[in-house]
Design a protein around this ligand. Sequence first.
Ligand code: AKB
Length: 319
Amino acid sequence: MNKSILIIGACGQIGTELTLKLREINGEKAVIASDIHEGSNELMQSGPFELINAMDYDSILKVVEKYAINEVYLMAAMLSATGEKFPEKAWELNMNSLFNVLNLAKSGKIKKVFWPSSIAVFGPTTPKENTPQETVMEPSTVYGISKQAGERWCEYYFNKFGVDVRSIRYPGIISWKANPGGGTTDYAIEIFHKALQEGKYNSFLNKETKLPMMYIDDAIDATINIMDAKPEAIKIRSSYNLAGMSFTPHEVSEEIKKTIPNFEISYSPDFRQKIADSWPKSIDDSKAREDWGWNHKVDLEKMTTIMLENLSLKYDFNY
Ligand code: AKB
């Protein structure tokens, strides 16, 4: 069967690069981008685009029928920091969009679903180092609660209705093409922009806050690989732990200094510190590696080089 893919939330940080990559692999016409607003020029010019409100079942159904869609990637969500400001909206968006897509699959209109979970499913009572796949999960943010509930619903729809839904728990994703959207890990992107624009950065997380992170190319590979794996290989139908690297604001600043020696970092932790403190420092992703061959490629050093090289062109920075 030929793939006909719909990406909901295609203009966001991950959606933008996922859309471009899936179009490169499957051809532009096979991948329909959608969001509640238009995206970057690069994204808009790369293939078909439809306006969709992820909370409106009928607007999704219309596009699914128009293009005979068989796979949906649901990338629309309200992340941890923004979610704490708008708890009810976060719950509404994160849960309603998931139910819409799961119900489309249940009714047989689509065959396969990708839905991202997050390290935010873990909470202050979770073991912090090498956090296991199965462990205590008592998330303390609305975003985390919605992702944990979502994981339960994904597994339920698989067991009860045979819905082929696949999911990974993204760590903080670092990228340079599209801006991040209101997460606690966003400092790890802002720091590169500020280093090149101002030579200094005031971090909203403190010096030693270690969090799991991943470069966007690895995240996109993981997303496409889990969707391409044989159904029997996907033994976990809630969501897989996934890891790339872990670092602190201090460690990434030291890495930036290798290229920009005068770079200065200061620390003014805000409400996001408490969120970060509730999350794991590192993740055990051995199940993803065993079940569907996950393998990350980019470490802190390589990611720093890629970020500085690409953003220096945007800011016309010579070093
Ligand atoms: C956030 O910080 O909210 C996200 C996430 C870890 O899911 N980047």
